[in-house]
Design a protein around this ligand. Structure first.
Ligand code: NAD
Length: 254
């Protein structure tokens, strides 16, 4: 049997109670990593750990609201105490915010969306990078979106937060490129998860139209995004930093 790609590496995944984060946590664990499953959601987080353990992997749940500096600082400290290092991080927690055009966007929605989606990624990177500098190596993948590359009418705060994640990723990548830390973003297109399912509850016809709007005629799966995250994190991507890898069935190419 071939050596597992992430054998005995310590990996932190945020937003790992559901969707893309859960798929990423499971994929890292399948490849031999010890995974810290971080999320504000207790039940889903524990369930991800159970799924990993049932498959023979190793994981620990740490509950954290990654939009809060004190909780992120504690999350990183506890992760290092748990598995001894943070070799790879996937900063993925996010929310869609509420729908409405720019002139209808409330200050509350703006602040919440930017804090949960963007400030959290900066906070996580801040403490992850400090740890990775001590280790002399590490890699980070931040979850942006195709809405980080093109506009998304009706979700201005979401699109602004996801564009900013790309800028933040590129800046940090340049800063730490010579220090052994690679930092990339992944930009998923329409993926079937709790986030899109919430949207389909309000707009039941959107599921068909969203799938039809993709050149592949379907939505993507969380596992397909996880595969890209794994590659970006792996040694195979050793010369890749500051990139925003699109995983969207060609959606943003239109
Ligand atoms: P999801 O709702 O299934 O998962 C998001 C997870 O983040 C949840 O478990 C939630 O509890 C957690 N979370 C939210 N706020 C948090 C906080 N403050 N602290 C800690 N955890 C928090 O949605 P998903 O589709 O898997 O989304 C994951 C990421 O992928 C998000 O950043 C999202 O913007 C991005 N994304 C999703 C799609 C899509 O079509 N589903 C497309 C592009 C990008």
């Amino acid at each position: 049997m071939s050596q597992q790609q992430f054998h005995e590496r310590a990996v932190l995944v945020t937003g790992a109670a559901s969707g893309i984060g859960r798929a990423s946590a499971l994929a890292f664990a399948r490849e031999g990593a010890r995974v810290v499953v971080a999320d504000v959601a207790l039940e889903g987080g524990k369930e991800t750990v159970r799924l990993i353990e049932d498959a023979g992997g190793e994981a620990a749940f740490i509950q954290a609201d990654v939009s809060r500096a004190d909780e992120v600082e504690k999350l990183i400290r506890t992760s290092v105490e748990t598995y001894g290092s943070i070799d790879h991080a996937h900063n993925n927690a996010g929310i869609e915010g509420s729908q409405g055009y720019t002139a209808q966007c409330s200050e509350e929605n703006w602040d919440r969306t930017l804090t949960v989606n963007l400030k959290s990624v900066w906070l996580c990177m801040k403490y992850e990078i400090l740890q990775m500098l001590q280790q002399g190596r590490g890699s980070i993948v931040n979850t942006s979106s195709v809405a980080g590359l093109v506009g998304m009418a009706g979700f201005p705060a979401y699109a602004a937060s996801k564009h900013a994640i790309v800028g933040l990723t590129k800046s940090a990548a340049m800063e730490y490129a010579k220090r052994g830390i690679r930092i990339n973003a992944v930009c998923p297109g329409p993926i079937l998860t709790s986030m899109t399912q919430r949207f389909f509850k309000t707009y039941p016809h959107a599921e068909t139209s969203l799938a039809a709007s993709d050149p592949m005629g379907r939505m993507g799966t969380a596992d397909e995004v996880a595969a890209a995250i794994m590659w970006l994190s792996s040694d195979a991507a050793g010369f890749v930093t500051g990139s925003a890898l699109v995983v969207d069935g060609g959606w943003a190419a239109q």
